[in-house]
Design a protein. Structure first.
Lengths: 594, 1063
């Protein structure tokens, strides 16, 4: 008995001593080691972060919520989905949607690029690409929201600034030009970079010389953007971009390469999976009642121009299945039937304005109802026959209607759809406009026609891999039929109408260029009323907005800076107030029912 | 109808108890009118007194009979008794005495029942102290109160029982966790839950998976939910930092000490405790319009987005329609109580066997509990087996105590919460009035793929598919071991060593079947939690007394260590159907999360008492936490408290009325650390491969802070405890004031800074409040006694400051509704922010020219999610072997933003959506008949419909513009969150137990059965009052999601039987 007792006592003593040892013996370094997360790393390579940032340009589904709901419908190239119709299409402000682009770019691309720039020491070309792409992302944000934080943005960790000030758009453009110049400078010092090659998921494949031409192309785009508000500076910057290496050649394109992986939908941010083109994905839609349709305005323009792309972009498809790996599954294409029916005088093609959901089923300005489409072109299909058995009349009509409204061609909704940065065709159009302005001496018409030629032949035929490419002859015919007017204003309209067609897969640039050039004229928003759900603008102004709301939370988390912009600079926020570079209102035209 | 009557009766009973309680107590205080007794020859006369003279109202009873009387104002009594009878004289607060009748007048001198006045409670570090010596509030709950009307999660039983303790069930159902808070929110971005300590060893109360958020998720339960109520001897609630200063960081939100049962003193005993309850739905959807059916804008629609979830169709007729998904015709008629039909009657069976043996100084207790729960949600089940062994022995001067506990818990199909696509509650609640949920039992096609009933809408997945085809499973194995050795060196000194570990392994699997609308190619996630906590402590204790002085002192140290690892694997794109294995997916990804932390501590305390009247306590503790940076990682904090038994100074007369009185005061500071790994920035690589490239990014949205300091909470408390009227009434009143500063806050940033939050020491939050508990025996007439208790607490939870230039930050939000809940300077914690109508100076809603209301473009404060006050009361009646007790829970004044109600309006189910409908549909029909456009129709003055009650902004006149009510509700839901803020107050009956203890003579003479109790039990049997329609006010979907509710499943009401049998 005593034995056990003494053992217990000894054990207690040992425990006590051990404990006292632990208390004093746990050094700070022991504690620090313990407080280090072994499942993560504290160092990384800036190249890996650049890859991430490049992919996140189009790769985040969340950021595309704002594009689908506002940007795309404001270009009037897209419409018909619940989101496009009931947010942007109806002037309904939804904070969580309109701020998504802001939140995602600041928190993904910009965050990592700011950090990578800080850590990138010797790799000049890599640093150039990091700074250039950061400028690209800031440019997206300022063109959507106006004055935004740039000089102090993304620095919460590096400088402890959690309330970045909003830079004036004018200052932002100055900064963007500086950054582009700085990156070109860096590129020139490191023409044979191997690190950039390892990081580069764009079409440029790490070729530093192409990166320089891309930087100059971007500079041209930005110069043209400020051509109305700061013409002298615009010209100066544009001409600088023409010098030395110059901009992208007409057949050269800079775009982010995405891969054939499953669509992520809402989980792209939680799973950090940015490998697929999320704009393509969001237009395809999460469920079969969600796809964004083809906008009436673009369709009508393509038709009016006899553009061979009209039914390459726009197909008549009944989509009965959502497949998040292969969007081709379950798509039944009725384009030939619908077009034949239309040609034979039947009520075939039906287009919805951006502000209408497809299920608004033909309400049009003025309030008269469309008749149900008499689309016997559809009834031939086996799927249709299977479908109608026992169905309600409304459902059958629905089937017609969904089929005869325009859908975005499958080539544009694939996971691997390229994410365009700047195309050679765009450079042609920018130069053509510069020529019209007299900034450069090249022939404007030649540039314009060359632009159209590569826009169709290279960008859309090859890059977006149209299954039925436009034939060389059709292109030639179309190009020949498009000569630039001698009238400068008319020429501007022609050039920017072609740019509008070109930017189909990049609605952010399409919308910016629309607001800058005011061409082509869009359908006037007010004639479409408030939509079936009666949504209306908070400002009671049903004109099409020209910028997006800032995130609501800024007033709480960045109050002084936010109020400075909204109260001091803007004199009260309005999404109908134009940006700094947007000196004139968009041209609008009246919709007439045909 | 049934329910209504039932409710009325219970309400009546409650009112009665409330109204009669006071007079009864008053009557007890007044000298009772001497009972008029018939003078008979064999009257035995007597007098009952205490040290101060005659005792009024003492009970005098002849043993084993119902014959009894009470003493008069001088303490005299007379009773008809025979010589040889034994009189039982009892009075609350005094030791009961038995006197044999000899014929001579009986004089009884009652003595104070020391047990009552020298109540011993378990305090910090498991030290038992006389309650009267404490300078702070401790409330104890007897384990017996938790064992009859059982909860699957034992903390739910505490609802309404303790002043200042707020128990909030979440919508997670029986397998979910419960949010417990003592004295309000002290930490703005922390979990604010108390520390649970079981027999001296802190419990790992990790909420696996972190609970749900607005966007969805599961509540995977926490540590405390697996504790078996049958093993609990007492629960001791230490509120505020003064009580818990000795537990350090982890106890800054209070402590709940659980003492488990040891072997009973009987040599050998066996106990069986079993209960079987039926569980049904407790809140019904009772605010649903019963006129219009499925459809949109007055038209009948069966396909397309949302159509099956919209009740904006024509009036229900009986016309039969064909539905494609099940290829059947179904009538278009209103289905009453549609959602209710989905739920089944649940069943919970809990069986416990306890063996207890003791021999000499050695005792052994073993308990086994099997709990099986069939939830009201179809195909959702839980089982839990709990093995607990406790052995204690003494070897000379050493006492040893060992506990081993193993718990296995398995849950199938926990409910998915909030905006999860798989939340069946959300999907059911908007189902069109004419769409019978039973039709959805046809959830799959012949080939096993999803039967598309609504255009493959991802946010309205067929609930039967969710429960029968999709799946989630969890399996949890918890091992808890603890050993304690006490070395009693001499009468005054002992040393105690405790070591305990908690190993918590959990596997969770979520399976989304192929062809599910939200993941057409299928998806599977597995989460493997390997959590281990170790606690080791050594404590030396000293006590001595010199003359009038008593001294207690302790000193010791402890090590607390946590090592948690979570492995997550994700599979997408299923290869073979229904094969639930990560290997069966084309896209796979795996990653890990860690959580490691250690705190080393040293502490000491001293308590000095003088004349058993004055007490002073002081404690000091120092912690060194691995989560804080070197230089700031050691923090020391003190506490002092004192109490004064002022009744010791009162004279005898006064003490007759005021039997016991104490004043207490305490002051304390507590320091607190944070989570690990927050001091530096981490990167991680992308979860899926992009061949040939490496993708890396900054892992966190939180700005790390290498200069973090510990949070400090300072508190002050004063209180009094009184026992009055011969100890029949006890009152405990506390005022407290605690301020937390240097809070470690995850401060929300401008996202343009690229980080959502930064970790800072900032902000100040003050909790100030009062707590009142009154307990008493309202009536005692012979064998009948009625005990009542009531508690009340009010907490003012003010956010004093955040950081410069910031007056609000968000804690939780429902982003798609533009609503958030957060901390706002100058307001109670939990401001609900959202947008509201634009109004004129008179507060009238402004309307635009199209008849639609106008809205503010910025969010403003539209509610507050903190309770104004909470409380509870209970009432127990005992008569001979019968005991009836009822407990109620009251919570008042918090608001909730109900997305459920917002959806009910948007989808046309809410009663309010009827207004203007008939008119609009008729007007539209006539307009189309007349071939006029809307403008023409309006111009003709014929348009009728919903007219917004407001003022036209452009004209200043009253609005008369008729619109489609559907457009109105759709628009309002998008823009005016303020419409869907509800007062979440309620009064709930939490439990009713009616127990009959079988008299021993019925159990036979062989004494084989020692006792048998049979109880009828009910948990949450009815709700007495609530303001929010349709749903249960206890419907938060997560512990942090205060003030937000979405798609909540109904809460469960259960009733059944409990048997307790002792051999």
């Amino acid at each position: 008995m005593y034995n056990i007792y003494s053992k217990c006592r000894n054990a207690a003593l040992v425990l006590g001593l051990g404990m006292a040892g632990m208390l004093t013996g746990c050094s700070d370094s022991y504690m620090e080691d313990l407080n280090t997360d072994d499942s993560k790393t504290i160092v990384t390579e800036p190249a890996h972060q650049l890859t991430f940032a490049l992919l996140s340009t189009y790769g985040s589904f969340a950021s595309m919520e704002a594009v689908r709901a506002y940007v795309a419908p404001y270009t009037q190239m897209y419409g018909g989905s619940w989101n496009a119709a009931n947010a942007g299409g109806a002037n309904l402000y939804k904070d969580d949607v309109s701020k998504s682009l802001w939140n995602v770019h600041y928190q993904n691309g910009i965050k990592n690029l700011v950090d990578a720039e800080y850590n990138c020491k010797d790799d000049k070309a890599l640093l150039g690409a990091i700074r250039l792409h950061k400028a690209y992302l800031f440019n997206i944000l300022t063109d959507v929201y106006g004055d935004v934080p740039v000089s102090e943005a993304g620095k919460a960790n590096l400088e402890g600034n959690i309330t970045p000030k909003y830079d004036k758009q004018e200052d932002i453009y100055n900064y963007l030009f500086t950054e582009i110049d700085a990156s070109i400078d860096l590129f020139r010092q490191d023409l044979n970079s191997r690190t950039l090659k390892k990081a580069d998921v764009t079409s440029m494949g790490g070729d530093v010389k192409v990166w320089i031409r891309y930087a100059n192309a971007l500079k041209m785009r930005l110069a043209m953007r400020i051509s109305d508000v700061a013409p002298d500076m615009a010209k100066e910057k544009f001409l600088e971009a023409m010098q030395n290496e110059g901009a992208l050649e007409p057949e050269e394109n800079a775009y982010v390469k995405y891969i054939h992986a499953p669509f992520t939908f809402e989980s792209s941010n939680t799973d950090v999976d940015f490998r697929v083109n999320a704009f393509a994905e969001i237009i395809y839609g999460q469920d079969k009642s969600q796809p964004t349709g083809f906008g009436m305005t673009l369709y009508d323009y393509l038709g009016a121009e006899n553009d061979p792309r009209q039914h390459c972009y726009c197909r008549f498809i009944n989509d009965n299945f959502r497949d998040n790996t292969d969007p081709l599954v379950g798509r039944e294409d009725f384009t030939d039937e619908v077009l034949a029916a239309t040609a034979s005088g039947q009520k075939g093609v039906q287009m919805v304005p951006a502000c209408w959901a497809w299920y608004d089923q033909g309400n049009t300005p003025g309030g008269a109802n469309f008749s149900w489409p008499n689309a016997d072109c559809v009834t031939k299909s086996d799927h249709y026959k299977e479908f109608i058995s026992g169905r309600e009349d409304e459902e059958v009509a629905d089937y017609y209607y969904k089929t005869v409204r325009g859908s975005v061609a499958t080539e544009y909704v694939l996971p691997e759809t390229p994410g365009m940065l700047v195309s050679g065709a765009e450079v042609c159009f920018l130069k053509a406009e510069a020529a019209v302005k007299g900034w450069i001496s090249e022939n404007a018409n030649t540039l314009y026609q060359r632009g159209i030629d590569v826009a169709i032949g290279i960008v859309h035929n090859k890059l977006y891999a149209l299954t039925n490419p436009v034939s060389e002859t059709d292109i030639a015919t179309y190009v020949a039929a498009h000569t630039l007017s001698a009238d400068a204003e008319k020429a501007k309209e022609q050039i920017n109408t072609q740019a509008y067609f070109l930017h189909f897969a990049n609605p952010l640039e399409a919308w910016a260029n629309l607001r800058r050039s005011d061409y082509p004229a869009l359908y006037e928003r007010t004639q479409f009323g408030q939509g079936q759900n009666g949504y209306h603008d908070l400002e009671n102004n049903m004109d099409q907005p020209v910028r997006l709301y800032y995130p609501q939370e800024e007033i709480n988390y960045n109050r002084d800076n936010y109020l400075e912009v909204v109260d001091q600079r803007m004199g009260g926020f309005s999404w109908h107030k134009r940006l700094w570079w947007d000196v004139k209102d968009q041209n609008y035209k009246t919709y007439t029912q045909n | 109808m049934m329910t209504k009557t039932y409710r009325k009766v219970c309400l009546g009973a409650m009112m009665l108890s409330a109204w009669t309680a006071m007079p009864a107590l008053v009557a007890a205080a007044e000298p009772a009118a001497p009972a008029k007794m018939e003078q008979q020859d064999d009257k035995i006369k007597g007098n009952v007194s205490d040290a101060d003279g005659g005792l009024i109202g003492a009970s005098v009873k002849i043993k084993d009979t119902n014959v009894g009387t009470m003493t008069d104002m001088d303490g005299n009594f007379s009773i008809a008794a025979k010589r040889g009878d034994v009189l039982v004289i009892s009075f609350m607060g005094y030791t009961t005495q038995e006197i044999k009748v000899t014929g001579a007048p009986i004089k009884v001198l009652m003595v104070d029942d020391e047990v009552t006045l020298s109540e011993v409670v378990v305090t910090a570090l498991g030290i038992k102290r006389e309650k009267k010596a404490l300078g702070y509030n401790v409330t104890e709950i007897d384990g017996v109160d938790l064992q009859k009307a059982k909860e699957t999660n034992v903390v739910n039983s505490l609802a309404g029982k303790v002043a200042g303790l707020v128990v909030q069930n979440t919508a997670g159902g029986p397998s979910g966790s419960t949010h417990v808070q003592l004295r309000g929110t002290t930490e703005m971005t922390g979990n604010n839950q108390p520390l649970y300590v079981i027999d001296g060893v802190p419990l790992d109360n990790t909420n696996f998976g972190g609970g749900a958020s607005a966007s969805g998720g599961y509540d995977l339960g926490d540590g405390i939910s697996a504790i078996n109520p049958d093993d609990i001897e007492t629960m001791s609630v230490l509120k505020g930092p003064a009580a818990s200063a000795l537990y350090g960081s982890r106890a800054s939100h209070g402590v709940i000490l659980i003492t488990t049962k040891k072997a009973s003193e009987d040599k050998f005993s066996v106990e069986y405790n079993g209960s079987l309850t039926f569980d049904t739905q407790a809140a019904n959807w009772d605010n649903v319009q019963q006129i219009y059916g499925q459809g949109d804008h007055g038209k009948y629609i069966t396909s397309g987005r949302n159509a099956t979830n919209m009740s904006w169709g024509p009036k229900a007729d009986n016309y039969s329609h064909y539905y494609e998904f099940d290829k059947q015709n179904h009538p278009y008629s209103i289905v009453p109580n549609n959602a209710s039909g989905f739920f089944r009657t649940g069943l919970t069976a809990q069986n416990t066997a306890i063996i207890s043996a003791s021999s000499g100084k050695t005792g052994m207790r073993f308990s086994f509990t099997d709990m099986r729960n069939k939830d009201i949600l179809p195909n959702s089940n839980m089982n839990r087996d709990n093995f607990n062994l406790r052995v204690n022995t003494s070897l000379g001067k050493v006492d040893l105590d060992f506990t081993a506990n193993y718990t296995h818990e398995g849950v199938d199909n926990r409910p998915a919460l909030a905006n999860a696509t798989t939340n069946v509650g959300k999907n059911l609640m908007t189902l069109a009035t004419t769409f019978d949920q039973a039709w959805l039992k046809h959830y799959q096609n012949e080939d096993g793929t999803y039967a598309d009933w609504n255009g493959l809408q991802i946010y309205n997945v067929n609930p039967y598919w969710d429960l029968y085809k999709n799946a989630n499973e969890s399996s949890k194995n918890v091992f808890r071991f603890a050993a304690k050795a006490i070395y009693n060196i001499n009468k005054h000194v002992k040393v105690q060593g405790t070591i305990g570990t908690d190993i918590n392994n959990m596997d969770f699997m979520e399976y989304i079947a192929y062809s599910s609308p939200q993941e057409q190619k299928g998806k599977m996630t597995t989460q493997k939690y390997n959590n281990r906590t170790l606690n080791a402590e050594i404590l030396a204790m000293y006590n001595n007394s010199w003359g009038d002085f008593d001294l207690n002192a302790t000193g010791g140290g402890s090590i607390y260590r946590v090592d948690n690892k979570t492995s997550i694997a994700l599979g997408k794109d299923e290869v073979y159907r229904d094969l639930k294995s990560i290997g069966n997916y084309n896209q796979q990804s795996a990653y890990e999360n860690m959580y490691n932390k250690q705190i080393n501590s040293l502490y000491g305390s001293a308590s000095l008492g003088y004349k058993h009247t004055y007490y002073v306590d002081a404690t000091v503790r120092g912690d060194k936490s691995s989560t804080l940076p070197s230089g700031n990682n050691i923090y020391v904090y003190p506490s002092v408290s004192g109490s004064w038994i002022f009744t010791e100074l009162l004279n005898g007369k006064m003490r007759k009325y005021l039997n016991f009185g104490k004043l207490r005061a305490s002051w304390a500071e507590v320091g607190s650390d944070t989570d690990p790994f927050l001091l530096q920035q981490y990167y991680t690589n992308a979860r899926f491969a992009y061949s040939g490239y490496n993708i890396a990014y900054i892992n966190s949205d939180l700005v790390p802070n290498p200069e973090l300091k510990p949070t400090r909470t300072r508190s002050f408390e004063v209180g009094t405890e009184l026992k009055l009227l011969n100890n029949r009434l006890s009152i405990d009143l506390t005022y407290y004031n605690q301020t937390s500063r240097d809070q470690i806050i995850r401060l929300a940033n401008s996202t343009a800074s690229s980080y959502r939050e930064s970790l800072v020491n900032a902000g100040k939050i003050r909790n100030e409040g009062i707590e009142l508990a009154i307990n008493g025996r309202a009536l005692q007439i012979k064998d009948f006694a009625w005990d009542l208790g009531f508690n009340f607490s009010k907490n003012w939870n003010k956010v004093l400051e955040l950081v410069d230039g910031m007056d609000y930050f968000e804690i939780e939000s429902a982003p798609w509704m533009g609503v958030s809940v957060g901390a706002e300077v100058g307001k109670n914690f939990g401001s609900i922010k959202g947008r509201d109508f634009k109004r004129n100076e008179q507060g009238q809603i402004l309307v635009n020219d199209a008849g639609m209301p106008m809205y503010e473009d910025k969010a403003k404060t539209i509610g507050n999610a903190s309770w104004d006050w909470t409380g509870g009361f209970y009432s127990t009646f005992s008569y001979k072997n019968w005991r009836l007790s009822m407990g109620f829970d009251v919570k008042v004044g918090a608001d909730v933003f109900s997305m459920t109600m917002s959806d009910a309006c948007y989808t046309g189910k809410d009663m309010r959506t009827l207004e203007g409908r008939e008119e609009w549909y008729a007007s539209e029909a006539e307009r189309i008949q007349a071939g006029m456009t809307e403008d023409q129709w309006r111009a003709a003055g014929k348009c009728r419909g919903y007219v917004v009650d407001g003022i036209v902004a452009s004209t200043g006149e009253k609005n008369t513009y008729a619109i489609d009510p559907q457009s109105y509700w759709d628009d309002v839901r998008q823009n005016a969150a303020s419409m869907f803020v509800y007062d979440n107050s309620y009064v709930k009956c939490r439990e009713i137990t009616l127990t009959y203890a079988f008299p021993s003579k019925w159990l036979g003479n062989n004494k084989f059965i020692k006792s048998l109790d049979l109880s009828f039990v009910a948990r949450n049997p009815f709700m007495i009052w609530k303001n929010i329609p349709n749903i249960d006010p206890d419907s938060n979907y997560s512990s942090t999601g205060m003030g937000l509710e979405y798609g909540s499943l109904p809460s469960r009401r259960s009733y059944g039987l409990n048997v307790n049998l002792k051999f």
